[in-house]
Design a protein around this ligand. Structure first.
Ligand SMILES: *[C@@H]1O[C@H](CO)[C@@H](O)[C@H](O)[C@H]1NC(C)=O
Ligand SMILES: *[C@@H]1O[C@H](CO)[C@@H](O)[C@H](O)[C@H]1NC(C)=O
Ligand SMILES: *[C@@H]1O[C@H](CO)[C@@H](O)[C@H](O)[C@H]1NC(C)=O
Length: 291
């Protein structure tokens, strides 16, 4: 019995899983066959559900197993008055190759007074999504299209040196209490969308922020930029601007090395050094041989 399972799983590792009609339901998939898939959603021409305005759309996302078990992966924010919304939310699902897993999308029109109207739905085969380079268009049941696009999260740590004393009030704290706001943009001049904030490091002109930051929206070749804004926390006044830096995501990911730059447009007069250091992705799952 044990050896049968072993042979079966070796087979599915060796050959393309889609050649097997279906995996026997008694075998649990090996870790090597699972992968964390992350994705974002956008849509176009979702029909309005009333006569007054464009749709206030949000999407409920679930994973559905071959046996019909449904697991809610999450719900997007509501985007008001927009038939072609682009949601900021990133979803993830553990893909089990060849297991017949599907993603279910239910688009709704948010209604403040009444219950939310359904505005269409779609079903996506997860194996097909991976085969199509994680870039798929679904036609929704009531018209309009939903785009599902895979992302490749990136992780990094941050530090700064020579952070100046910017507190304007006499007798205020002598040194800076620096922190970083992290934004991303679509295109160099795109709007800032915040995805993280660092901790505030008290009285530290040479902060090494302890966090590992994750930009989970990263999609290669889509003109994404990361914008770092270093601030000096001030309990009495507005926080001062230490400086900022705009980074092209593709170039950073391609180089995959520590990047040391000078912050621009700060209020201080010295040059502030800023470091962006690639961090490890979570360790891959280790397959331990059974005793
Ligand atoms: C999958 O990736 C997302 C984004 O990086 C992460 O938040 C999530 O914890 C990961 N899930 C697993 C099971 O590793
Ligand atoms: C995704 O698919 C769309 C439509 O097929 C195509 O226009 C677009 O270039 C693709 N994007 C990527 C990053 O492959
Ligand atoms: C990546 O490397 C190239 C060539 O060394 C360099 O010109 C570029 O500035 C680097 N970009 C980043 C973001 O590290």
């Amino acid at each position: 019995m044990k050896s049968t399972i072993l042979v079966l799983s070796l087979l599915s590792l060796a050959g393309p899983a889609f050649l097997l009609p279906q995996a026997p339901s008694s075998t649990t998939p090996k870790p090597a066959d699972t992968k964390n898939i992350t994705f974002v959603l956008s849509a176009s021409k979702i029909p309005s559900q009333d006569d007054y305005s464009e749709i206030d759309a949000f999407v409920k996302v679930s994973s559905v197993s071959k046996g019909g078990d449904k697991e809610r992966l999450g719900t997007t924010d509501t985007i008001r008055d927009d038939a072609s919304p682009e949601w900021n939310n990133v979803f993830w699902v553990e893909w089990r190759k060849g297991s017949g897993q599907k993603l279910e999308f239910i688009v709704k029109d948010h209604d403040v007074l009444d219950s939310d109207d359904e505005a269409g739905e779609g079903l996506l085969d997860l194996d097909e999504f991976v085969q199509k380079d994680q870039n798929v268009t679904l036609t929704l049941s009531k018209g309009g299209e939903l785009y599902i696009k895979g992302t490749q999260p990136i992780r990094f740590m941050l530090y700064a040196r020579n952070v100046p004393e910017l507190d304007r009030i006499n007798g205020g704290e002598a040194r800076g209490d620096p922190y970083v706001n992290l934004y991303w943009r679509k295109g160099k001049e795109g709007a800032n969308r915040q995805f993280a904030t660092s901790s505030v490091l008290d009285n530290d002109p040479s902060p090494d922020w302890p966090e590992v930051f994750e930009f989970d929206q990263y999609r290669k070749g889509t003109e994404q930029y990361l914008f770092f804004e270093v601030k000096d926390h001030d309990t009495l006044n507005a926080d001062e601007h230490v400086g900022s830096y705009l980074l092209e995501a593709d170039s950073y990911v391609k180089n995959n090395t520590k990047l040391v730059v000078s912050l621009t447009d700060g209020e201080g007069d010295g040059s502030v050094e800023f470091g962006i250091v690639p961090a490890q992705n979570p360790p891959p799952k280790i397959i331990v041989s059974a005793k």
